[in-house]
Design a binder for this molecule. Structure first.
Ligand SMILES: Cc1cc2nc3c(=O)[nH]c(=O)nc-3n(C[C@H](O)[C@H](O)[C@H](O)COP(=O)(O)O)c2cc1C
Length: 175
């Protein structure tokens, strides 16, 4: 039996950059490359956000695959203070089309934070509602670094029973 899960963890970079210079953290590009290279093999997907020297990452996939990846990520020296903030079983992925989406734009995040009385991105202060709101926002905003590269839903739906409509349609096609 397959068990799909969504997990979100937060962490702090070990190579801080100054937002003042608009610094792009050099590790982020490499992490994204690794994620996009490795994740499709294990049908893992999700989203990565980096701001204010904090990482916020959502991983979705089979429980075993997500756990295996998370074990690797936990020991990665490029970040520390790694905390799991959400784990749940899911029927459907929120990031089914992404091996790893990257949200570069800060504007909409800043707006969401302000709406909740938060002045800066500090995921260690988020409650469950805020985490879900972040995920919803990350689902809708664009990734400036790449295009959707996966269709995990399609793989997962192959075991679903064929509906009446498909049966009728197939029959009429065959007739
Ligand atoms: C914040 C963060 C997020 C990461 N996300 C992923 C990921 O989604 N997929 C992945 O394969 N590696 C990810 N990594 C890198 C892993 O920790 C590890 O370095 C990598 O999987 C090793 O890949 P390799 O065996 O191809 O060298 C992440 C690392 C960090 C610090």
């Amino acid at each position: 039996m397959s068990t799909l899960i969504r997990m979100v963890y937060i962490s702090t970079t070990t190579h801080p950059v100054s937002d003042y210079v608009g610094g792009v953290q050099k590790d982020v590009g490499r992490i994204l490359m690794q994620a996009r290279r490795n994740n499709p093999t294990d049908k893992v997907g999700g989203v990565l956000y980096f701001s204010n020297n904090y990482f916020f990452q959502c991983l979705e996939g089979e429980q075993q695959a997500v756990n295996n990846l998370y074990k690797k990520i936990l020991h990665d020296p490029r970040h520390n203070n790694v905390q799991t903030v959400l784990v749940k079983r899911i029927d459907k992925r929120q990031f089914a089309n992404w091996s790893m989406k990257y949200v570069a734009s800060r504007d909409k995040v800043t707006q969401l934070l302000l709406e909740h009385g938060l002045r800066e991105f500090n995921p260690y202060e988020f409650d469950e509602v805020m985490i879900e709101k972040m995920l919803a926002l990350f689902t809708s905003v664009e990734d400036g670094t790449g295009n959707a590269d996966q269709d995990y839903d399609r793989h997962e739906s192959t075991s679903k029973p064929i509906g009446l409509w498909s049966r009728l349609f197939n029959r009429s096609k065959a007739a």
